[in-house]
Design a protein around this ligand. Structure first.
Ligand SMILES: [Zn+2]
Length: 348
C-alpha cells in the first residue's frame, strides 16, 4: 500500500516532493504499528497542514499526550525529522513518556533523545554536521565563557553543528535550543557542508488586489467554487506558484494551476506578486496594521530567522505591536517591553 501511495505521489509531484510528504516504501512509521493519522469526520483538511486549525486538529494537538501520543512531525522540524509538518500524524509512546516529552518542551523525538535526525530523505548537500560531547558541557548564548549559560548538555550526547565556528567555539543545536559550546569538549566533529545561499530576491510589496501570482504555504485544495463545500479539483502542493485569474471573493482567489482552473482559500497563499506592481498601493493588511495576535506560543528572536537567539516566548493569543516592515516573512515586534522578531506564520 505504501508503495502504491508513494508511486502515486511521485507520478503527480515528482520524486523529490513525494518523498517529503510520503514515506519511501519500507520506511513509514506506520509500519511499526505505533502511528496513527487523525482526521475530522467530515474530511476537512485531511492530511493537510490546515488540519491543525480544525476543531479535531486543535484538540488532538493539545491533548494527545494525555493518551500516550505525540505529534511526531512538528512545524519547522523538517530538517530534523525528515518530514514536512504533519499535524495529523501521531506516534504512540505510552502515557508517561508522552507526558514527559510534552513537558520537556522538545520539538521532536530526535531532540528529546538528543540524537541527530538522519533521514534517508535528507539531501546530503544539506546534511547537518554533528559532534559528540566528551564532558557535561555548557551551551552558551555566545562564543566564550563570558556568555550566559542556556543549558548543560550531558556528556556523550550528539549535537547538531550549524556550521558557525568562532575562536574555537561551535554553534550547536541540542534539545531544540541553539547556542555555543567550546570545541575542546567535542569529539567526532563533522562540520556541515555550507548551505547554498538563497538568492535574496527583493520581493515587491504585497499587492494582493493586482497580484498575478502567489505561492501556496500549505498543501492546498483547489475547489470548483468559493468555500470548502465545493468539490476539490486537485490539491496543490505547498510552495507551488499559482496564477491568479481575477478578483478575490470572500477571501478566496480564482487561480490556475497545472492547467486547471479553480478557487483556493487566500489563507494559504503567500508572496503575492504582480507585474503591474505600483509602489504607491500596498496591501493594508501587511503594512499598516499596528498590532497582531499570536496564534501559537511563539518565540521572539533577536533577528529574522530561527537561527537567531530566543529572547522570550510569547504565549498564544497575545497581542503584539508591529514595529516596522516585514523581512522574509518575519515581523519586528514589541511584547512585554522587549523588542524582537517573530515569524509571521503565527500572527493573525
Ligand atoms: Zn501518518
Amino acid at each position: 500500500r505504501q508503495a502504491e501511495l508513494f508511486n502515486y505521489y511521485t507520478r503527480i509531484y515528482g520524486k523529490s516532493y513525494a518523498s517529503r510528504i510520503s514515506a519511501v516504501p519500507g520506511t513509514s512509521e506506520h509500519q511499526t504499528g505505533l502511528a496513527i493519522d487523525v482526521g475530522n469526520a467530515n474530511g476537512a483538511c485531511g492530511l493537510q497542514a490546515c488540519f491543525a486549525n480544525t476543531p479535531v486538529g486543535k484538540w488532538v494537538g493539545k491533548n494527545s499526550h494525555k493518551y500516550g501520543f505525540i505529534m511526531r512531525y512538528g512545524k519547522g522540524q523538517e530538517s530534523v525529522t525528515g518530514y514536512s509538518y504533519e499535524p495529523w500524524h501521531f506516534r504512540y509512546l505510552g502515557t508517561s513518556l508522552a507526558k514527559n516529552y510534552k513537558s520537556s518542551g522538545a520539538k521532536s523525538l530526535e531532540a528529546y533523545y538528543g540524537v541527530s535526525g538522519s533521514s534517508p530523505k535528507n539531501n546530503t548537500k544539506n546534511a547537518k554536521g554533528t559532534a559528540r560531547t566528551t564532558a557535561n558541557l555548557n551551551m552558551r548564548t555566545g562564543a566564550g565563557t563570558g556568555n550566559r549559560v542556556l543549558l548543560t548538555i550531558p556528556r556523550g550526547k550528539s549535537v547538531q553543528l550549524t556550521g558557525s565556528k568562532k575562536s574555537g567555539w561551535y554553534q550547536v543545536r541540542y534539545s531544540s535550543r541553539t547556542g555555543w559550546v567550546s570545541g575542546k569538549y567535542l569529539s567526532s566533529i563533522s562540520m556541515p557542508s555550507k548551505p547554498k545561499k538563497e538568492s535574496k530576491k527583493s520581493t515587491p510589496k504585497q499587492n494582493t488586489s493586482n497580484a498575478k501570482s502567489a505561492k501556496t504555504s500549505a498543501n492546498l485544495n483547489m475547489r470548483t467554487g468559493v468555500g470548502t463545500s465545493h468539490r476539490v479539483v486537485l490539491t496543490i502542493p505547498q510552495g507551488k506558484k499559482v496564477a491568479i485569474r481575477g478578483a478575490k471573493k470572500s477571501g478566496w482567489y480564482p487561480v490556475k494551476y497545472a492547467g486547471k482552473n479553480g478557487w483556493v482559500s487566500g489563507t494559504y497563499l503567500r508572496s503575492f506578486s504582480s507585474s503591474t506592481y505600483s509602489p504607491k498601493s500596498s496591501d493594508p493588511k501587511s503594512s499598516s496594521s499596528a498590532s497582531k495576535k499570536t496564534i501559537a506560543n511563539l518565540n521572539m528572536r533577536s533577528g529574522a530567522g530561527t537561527s537567531k537567539r530566543v529572547i522570550l516566548t510569547i504565549p498564544k493569543g497575545k497581542k503584539v505591536s508591529i514595529r516596522g516592515a516585514k523581512k522574509s516573512g518575519w515581523y519586528p515586534v514589541k511584547y512585554a517591553g522587549k523588542n524582537g522578531w517573530v515569524s509571521g506564520k503565527y500572527l493573525r
